[in-house]
Design a binder for this molecule. Structure first.
Ligand SMILES: NC(=O)c1ccc[n+]([C@@H]2O[C@H](COP(=O)([O-])OP(=O)(O)OC[C@H]3O[C@@H](n4cnc5c(N)ncnc54)[C@H](O)[C@@H]3O)[C@@H](O)[C@H]2O)c1
Length: 329
């Protein structure tokens, strides 16, 4: 298959590109480098520009026989989306609509969307399936929800078929270290652990009064390599997966809830260094968290997570010196 990956210079898109190539598929990257990195492109076919540039999409389709599109390009920082909701709705929703129009014009039949588990409503047992109620909190999560709503209407009118992959909490790095988390200060919990460890600072568990088994938030941490492999499985099973219904949603998580305190313990074990830990209140907008109990991705796509959060921690630590060498920080 030849796959166009929007946002293919970013953390997840670049890892998906590596997984596709490892599985024998060809990739073409479209990225505006707003947060993506040129160092992650290597010798891949690259189109630099905006997903809403229709002429550029026409050129890509004229120059390549594209079998499927993986749409990773988006702005993804939750607090930034609160400060600039219109910028987020414009980039993530408005430009996705324009992209879809360009893809329909060019006859694209398969569209795979990077959605997010942050659109689920809180659940008192912390578990969700694809059918659980949705209640996106932040403007960022709402952009993912809105695009899903739009995508539901597209197949009947256009013949394009759609898979929405709802990612849980991606962490870690391509085990071969070809690319990784490029942001210097991402805000997720593993990044905070890495920062505390590197700078000999205290790690703060934000929120210890949630009704979870140890009071800290619970997440479904998925190794980014497993997540990338899920895209390969989705592409390879696309036609069967959409045979009965041309719009399908899949939860992409491990099925294991891991608390923030448990992740900190795994981190200590892997790093071999004791960690200074303190407890603090939840940050604005924080939630207790959810994990998936769905087996739909396994049953339909033949995919399941194989790597643990401990392996993700190991690979994230291994990425730090490689990132310095590759990106200079
Ligand atoms: N990282 C997570 O925790 C997470 C969780 C759930 C879902 N997702 C989704 O996964 C996708 C990828 O996230 P990521 O973590 O790799 O983020 P990222 O910022 O590393 O990658 C996004 C990429 O999209 C590009 N981009 C953004 N707007 C563009 C535009 N208008 N035109 C062309 N390129 C554009 C950026 O330059 C970047 O390379 C996003 O859609 C995100 O919503 C991420």
């Amino acid at each position: 298959m030849k796959v166009l990956i929007t946002g293919g210079a970013g953390y997840i898109g670049s890892t998906v590109a590596s997984a596709c190539e490892d599985a024998g598929h060809e990739v073409v990257i479209l990225d505006d480098f707003s947060t993506g990195r040129r160092e992650f492109i290597g010798s891949r076919a690259l189109y630099e520009g905006d997903i809403a540039d229709g002429a550029l999409i026409d050129r890509i389709f004229a120059e390549h026989h594209i079998d499927a599109v993986v749409h990773c390009a988006a702005k993804i920082v939750v607090p930034e989306s609160v400060a600039d909701p219109l910028g987020y709705y414009d980039n993530n929703v408005g430009k996705t609509v324009t992209l879809l129009q360009s893809l329909v014009r060019n006859g694209n039949q398969r569209f795979l969307f990077s959605s997010s588990a942050s659109i689920y409503a809180p659940d008192e047992h912390f578990v969700v399936t694809e059918d659980s109620p949705l209640q996106p909190g932040s403007p960022y999560a709402k952009t993912k929800y809105l695009v899903e709503m739009i995508l539901q209407d597209v197949p009947a009118a256009t013949g394009m078929r759609v898979l929405s992959l709802r990612y849980f909490n991606p962490i870690g790095t391509d085990p071969k270290l070809r690319s990784g988390q490029q942001l210097e200060k991402p805000t997720h919990v593993l990044a905070k652990l890495l920062e505390a460890w590197q700078n000999h600072e205290t790690f703060t568990v934000t929120g210890v009064d949630w009704p979870t088994r140890d009071g800290s938030g619970i997440r479904d941490f998925i190794h980014v390599w497993d997540l990338a492999r899920a895209h390969v499985a989705a592409l390879e099973h696309f036609d069967e997966a959409t045979a009965d219904n041309p719009y399908q949603v899949f939860n992409i998580g491990t099925g294991n809830g891991v608390t923030v305190k448990e992740l900190a313990a795994s981190f200590e074990e892997i790093s071999g260094d004791p960690l200074k830990v303190q407890f603090g209140p939840p940050r604005p907008g924080d939630v207790a968290g959810v994990y998936t109990v769905s087996t739909k991705a396994r049953d339909v796509l033949g995919w399941k997570a194989e790597l643990t959060e401990t392996e993700a921690v190991r690979d994230a630590i291994a990425w730090l010196p490689k990132r310095k060498e590759m990106l200079g920080y």
